[in-house]
Write a protein that binds this ligand. Structure first.
Ligand SMILES: Nc1ncnc2c1ncn2[C@@H]1O[C@H](COP(=O)(O)OP(=O)(O)O)[C@@H](O)[C@H]1O
Ligand SMILES: O=C(CO)[C@@H](O)[C@H](O)COP(=O)(O)O
Length: 463
C-alpha cells in the first residue's frame, strides 16, 4: 500500500503525518517546535520539517505542505531570503493596511481581491517593507508564502520555478479567488513595482519531485488543509482553535465582504473558503493558565467549576491586538472584577471570552449566507474539555469534536494522495466518529461579551 506524507508548518510547530494513501490511516507522525515571535527565519521551518519528518518523509511516495497563511517570504536575485519572514500575526503593517484601504476603498479591495485589508495580509507587509526597509525592498525580486517556500525547498527548485495554490494565493491581497488571477496592480500599489510570484498550480497537480523521487503536490494554506482533511460538506462550519481562531466553511461561490469580517479565500479543491480569523485563540488560555500557575487539566477543572457568566467576569481576549474586528493595537480587557471573584471565574472568563470571539465569526459567516448546520471544533485548544463543554452555550449550537488528529497535516496528506492517484476528485477518507457536545445558548455570556466589545471600541486602538 502506498504511503504519503502531509505537513502542517503552523505558527508554533511543524507536524508531519505519514498515512496510507488509499485509506488515510495514520501510520506515524512527528512534531518539532518553531521559534517564538511574529517574525521567523524560514530556515527554522526547514529545520523543523527535517526534524518532524525524520524517518517519515523517506517512506512517502508523495508529499504536500500546508502552512500558516499570509507570511511574507521575500527573496533576492540569488533566491536567498532578504529578511526574516513577517508572519500573519505581526501587526506592524497596520498603518499600511489603513493607508492602502483609504487609497482605494474597502469595497474596491473586496471586489478585486476578496479581502478588506488588515495587517495580516501579505500585501500590507510588502508595503511596510517598501516604506521601512528600502534596502531590503531594493534587493527583493520575488515574494512567496511559507508553504510555497517549503515546497520549493522540498523540490530543490528555484524561485522562478516556485508554485503556490489557490487557497494560499487568496490570502495575499494580490490574487483574486473570483477570477483565479493575480491582481498585479494591487502589488504595485503596495510595493511600488512588480515582483516575481509563484505560479498557481491546480489542486491535484504534481509540481515536482524531491531529490529522492517522491512526488510533490502544490500544498495549501493551513485552513484549506484542515477543510480537505475533514472532507467538509455543505452546512459544515469549522472552528479551529490554534494560535489563530478561524471559523470557515466551503462554498461554491466566492465571498467579497466589504465589512472585512469574512475573508474571501479559496479552498484546496477548486471551491471557496469564506473565513473569519482572530489573532487570539489558544494562547489566551495559555496566558491565563500561566497566570493561574496550572496545567491544562487543572485549568479545565477550574473553568468547569465556575458557573456560566464567570460570576460577572468578562475577558475581551485581544491580547495580541486583533484582526477581526480590526483593532491591531488593542489589548485584552478584564471587566467585572469584584472581591468575590475566584480563580475558577478567571479560568471560565478566559474560555468564554475566547469562544465568544469565535461566536462573532459564526455570525459573520451566517451574514454571508453560510449558516452552520453543524460546528466542528479542531486545533490545539479543542483538546480542552472546558472548551468543548462551554462551546455549545456560547455558540448556541451543538458542537462536534472529531477524533484527535492533526487535520491540517492530514489534509496535506490527502492532497498528496490525490495527486498520486491521478484522479479528478480527492480520496474519501473516514475520519471517524466525532464526540458530540450539546447545550443551548446562554444569553448572559453573549450579552456580557458584546457589551464589553462594543464599549471598548472607541479607545481600543491604544496600545
Ligand atoms: N489540552 C489543551 N487545552 C488547551 N489548550 C491546549 C491543549 N493542548 C494544547 N493546547 C494549545 O494549543 C496550541 C497549539 O495548537 P495548534 O493548533 O498546534 O497551534 P498552531 O497551529 O497555531 O501552531 C498551544 O497554544 C497549546 O497550548
Ligand atoms: O491567518 C490565518 C488565516 O487567515 C491563520 O489561520 C494562519 O494561517 C495561522 O494559523 P495557525 O498556525 O494558528 O493554525
Amino acid at each position: 500500500m502506498s504511503l504519503v506524507a502531509g505537513v502542517d508548518s503552523s505558527t508554533q510547530s511543524t507536524k508531519v503525518v505519514l498515512v496510507h494513501a488509499e485509506t488515510g490511516e495514520i501510520v506515524d507522525s512527528g512534531r518539532a517546535s518553531h521559534p517564538e515571535g511574529t517574525e521567523c527565519p524560514p530556515e527554522a521551518w526547514w529545520e523543523a520539517l527535517q526534524e518532524a519528518g525524520k524517518g517519515l518523509l523517506e517512506q512517502a511516495e508523495a508529499v504536500s505542505v500546508s502552512g500558516q497563511q499570509h507570511g511574507m517570504v521575500a527573496l533576492d536575485e540569488h533566491d536567498e531570503v532578504v529578511r526574516d519572514a513577517l508572519l500573519w500575526n505581526d501587526t506592524r503593517s497596520a498603518p499600511q493596511a489603513e493607508r492602502l484601504t483609504a487609497e482605494s476603498g474597502a469595497d474596491a479591495w473586496a471586489a478585486d481581491t476578496g479581502l478588506v485589508l488588515a495587517a495580516s495580509f501579505t500585501v500590507t507587509k510588502l508595503a511596510w517593507l517598501a516604506e521601512h526597509e528600502p534596502e531590503n525592498a531594493a534587493k527583493t525580486v520575488s515574494v512567496m508564502l511559507p508553504h510555497d517556500w517549503l515546497t520549493m525547498k522540498l523540490r530543490g527548485a528555484t524561485a522562478s520555478e516556485a508554485t503556490t495554490d489557490r487557497s494560499d494565493a487568496s490570502g495575499t491581497g494580490y490574487w483574486s479567488a473570483a477570477t483565479g488571477e493575480y491582481v498585479p496592480d494591487r502589488l504595485v500599489q503596495a510595493f511600488g513595482r512588480r515582483l516575481a510570484l509563484p505560479r498557481v498550480a491546480a489542486p491535484n497537480e504534481i509540481v515536482g519531485r524531491t531529490p529522492r523521487g517522491a512526488m510533490v503536490a502544490p500544498g495549501t494554506g493551513d485552513n484549506a488543509g484542515a477543510a480537505l482533511g475533514l472532507g467538509l460538506g455543505p452546512g459544515d462550519v469549522v472552528v479551529s482553535l490554534g494560535t489563530s481562531g478561524t471559523v470557515f466553511g466551503v462554498s461554491d461561490v466566492p465571498a467579497a465582504d466589504p465589512t472585512g469580517l469574512v475573508a474571501g479565500f479559496a479552498d484546496a479543491t477548486g471551491r471557496y473558503l469564506p473565513l473569519v480569523c482572530t489573532l487570539n485563540a489558544a494562547r489566551v488560555l495559555d496566558t491565563l493558565r500561566g497566570l493561574l500557575g496550572v496545567d491544562h487539566a487543572e485549568f479545565d477543572a477550574l473553568a468547569l467549576a465556575a458557573a456560566p457568566g464567570a460570576g460577572g467576569l468578562t475577558l475581551l481576549p485581544y491580547l495580541d491586538g486583533e484582526r477581526t474586528p480590526n483593532r491591531p493595537n488593542a489589548t485584552g480587557v478584564l471587566s467585572g472584577l469584584t472581591t468575590g471573584a475566584t480563580r475558577a471565574d478567571l479560568a471560565r472568563a478566559a474560555v468564554e471570552g475566547m469562544l465568544s470571539a469565535q461566536a462573532d465569526g459564526l455570525a459573520a459567516l451566517a451574514a454571508q449566507g453560510l449558516d452552520a448546520a453543524r460546528v466542528l471544533l479542531i486545533g490545539g485548544a479543542a483538546a480542552s474539555e472546558a472548551v468543548r463543554r462551554t462551546a455549545p452555550g456560547v455558540f448556541g449550537v451543538d458542537v462536534e469534536v472529531p477524533p484527535a488528529a492533526e487535520y491540517v497535516a492530514l489534509g496535506a496528506a490527502k492532497q498528496a494522495a490525490w495527486a498520486l492517484s491521478g484522479r479528478d476528485t480527492p480520496p474519501q477518507w473516514n475520519v471517524g466518529e466525532p464526540a458530540r457536545y450539546h447545550g443551548s445558548a446562554v444569553a448572559a455570556v453573549s450579552e456580557q461579551y458584546s457589551t464589553l466589545r462594543d464599549e471598548t471600541a472607541p479607545w481600543a486602538s491604544h496600545r
